[in-house]
Design a protein around this ligand. Structure first.
Ligand code: DGY
Length: 325
């Protein structure tokens, strides 16, 4: 009997065709509504799930009694109840590595765009307001030679720090659960406590995964420790920051600007003030969204689910304890 896979995120046709050679595939494209009766019926028979950006709840797992593995088309696994999956013997896989450099590019894009006010000034040109050479009220601030404070120094954090140190001569500080001696050697990076880092950095860039430990890690108190000239960048998850406190700090000029690719609620609600603030660059969660990288992520997810359902070791398991590999 062929095993059955439910796909709820659009995958490239060639990769879907590949999966269909060995599995029965129920493809729902980009499914937003998990109440869809056809999806529910497919779940009942599913051995594998491939998708992203949707919360997988214990209730969904109850509806999928044969589930053996989930391949997320993401590196972040905050949408999955990892301990619960492990308890049920369901293997979860993600897509690390293949998106590191692209996501780091997005992080640096936000650093540059906020510091040089690129979006605000491009809008100014678009509105036909560029009538004379600009004065100091339109100037930005330098990036090169400044201090970049990385909150989190995993793969993506390190790739951003590398861009800053090697490309822009920045001094690198980082706060991270464990020290990173190789990066200290390579980039001259220095580890700091979070409070100390916030007080010293010109740019604070958040890359920690969202977990109960990092939820609202940056709140009113932490924002208050930042310099009033400092710029805040978040490419991790919106839940790591108290968004109301961030809006207040930006509004009151307690920090200079923010570059945000992620938000507490996504898509960003229509009544959010963030996209309308001149000192905010708000992007629609495009960290890894290039043709090349999204294809590589889909490739990794397809390989992961194929291996997991064939009883082989997937390329990037998250909860290795779920079942013997
Ligand atoms: C990831 O892979 O976690 C990106 O943030 C896209 O969700």
């Amino acid at each position: 009997m062929q095993k059955r896979i439910v796909v709820y995120r659009r995958l490239p046709e060639a990769l879907l065709a590949e999966l269909k050679r060995d599995f029965h595939v129920d493809d729902f494209g980009h499914l937003e509504n998990f109440e869809d009766p056809a999806f529910r019926a497919a779940l009942k028979e599913a051995h594998g799930l491939v998708g992203a950006s949707q919360k997988i709840t214990p209730e969904i797992l109850d509806a999928a009694p044969h589930l053996e593995a989930i391949a997320s088309v993401s590196v972040g696994v905050d949408n999955y109840p990892v301990d619960e999956l492990t308890r049920r013997g369901i293997l979860l896989c993600n897509t690390p590595d293949v998106l590191t450099e692209t996501t780091a590019d997005t992080g640096f894009l936000l650093i540059m765009a906020t510091a040089r006010r690129a979006v605000e000034l491009a809008d100014f040109v678009r509105r036909g307001e560029w009538q004379a050479s600009l004065g100091a009220s339109h100037f930005g601030s330098d990036v090169h030679g400044k201090t970049l404070g990385m909150v989190g120094m995993g793969r993506i954090g390190a790739a951003i720090a590398r861009r800053g140190a090697l490309g822009f001569g920045m001094r690198i500080l980082y706060s991270n659960a464990s020290p990173k001696p190789a990066l200290e050697e390579e980039l001259g990076a220095r580890r700091r406590g979070l409070d100390e880092l916030l007080g010293e950095a010109d740019f604070v860039c958040v890359t920690v995964p969202l977990s109960p430990e990092t939820e609202r890690l940056i709140g009113q108190r932490e924002l208050g420790l930042m310099r009033d000239s400092a710029i805040f960048v978040n490419i991790a998850r919106g839940g790591v920051v108290d968004e109301a406190a961030l809006i207040e700090a930006l509004d009151a000029g307690r920090i200079r600007a923010a570059g945000l690719d992620v938000f507490e609620r996504e898509p960003l609600p229509a009544d959010s003030p963030l996209p309308h603030m001149a000192n905010v660059v708000a992007l629609p969660h495009i960290g890894s969204a290039t043709h090349e990288t999204r294809h590589a992520m889909a490739r990794r997810a397809v390989d992961n689910i194929r291996l997991a359902l064939s009883g082989e070791r997937p390329l990037s398991p998250v909860n290795e304890d779920a079942r013997p590999l």
